[in-house]
Design a protein around this ligand. Structure first.
Ligand code: SF4
Ligand code: SF4
Length: 148
């Protein structure tokens, strides 16, 4: 029988055991400790969003849609001319076309968008993939998949 010579492909790293080292392949099922954050969905903080539409324009998949309306800026000093700002009405991401590229998160100048660990639930219909990212109650935590 040919003996495979010991080498880089057959040796365990020094100090390692038969168990995988703590890291990307390690799962922590229910109650099993901290899981690494995943890029499972995107969360929107409506308080921080100024409806500037930078994320809408920069999204390569054109899957962000928002509507807003102008309102007078409150608490202007006496004598200042009236000014308006946009107030967010609706904000949706179509996860049917989202590339999970993170460009919207990177480009938002107000840090209103962030990765969320939770998944968009399996849709019943295609339209269910168009979700409001400011409603985290619609997202689900999935412990069945390993963390990224
Ligand atoms: S992650 Fe990328 S594709 Fe998805 S909404 Fe953001 S910019 Fe668009
Ligand atoms: S880039 Fe940020 S602040 Fe501007 S519309 Fe998108 S989420 Fe809102």
């Amino acid at each position: 029988m040919t003996k495979i010579p010991e080498g880089p492909t057959t040796r365990l790293p020094e100090g390692s055991t038969t168990h995988p080292p703590e890291g990307l392949t390690t799962r922590t099922p229910e109650g099993g400790g901290e899981r690494r954050p995943r890029h499972a969905s995107i969360a929107l903080d409506r308080e921080l969003c100024t409806s500037c539409i930078i994320c809408v324009v920069e999204c390569p998949a054109w899957c962000i849609n928002l509507t807003s309306h102008p309102e007078p800026v409150p608490d202007l000093p006496p004598g200042a001319r009236t000014r308006t700002h946009q107030v967010l009405d609706t904000f949706t991401i179509d996860y049917g076309t989202c590339l999970y590229c993170g460009i919207c998160i990177e480009e938002c100048p107000f840090d209103a968008l962030a990765w969320d660990d939770r998944l968009v639930p399996p849709p019943v219909a295609r339209a269910d993939l168009v979700t409001d990212p400011s409603r985290p109650a619609d997202l689900v935590t999935d412990h069945s998949r390993p963390a990224d």
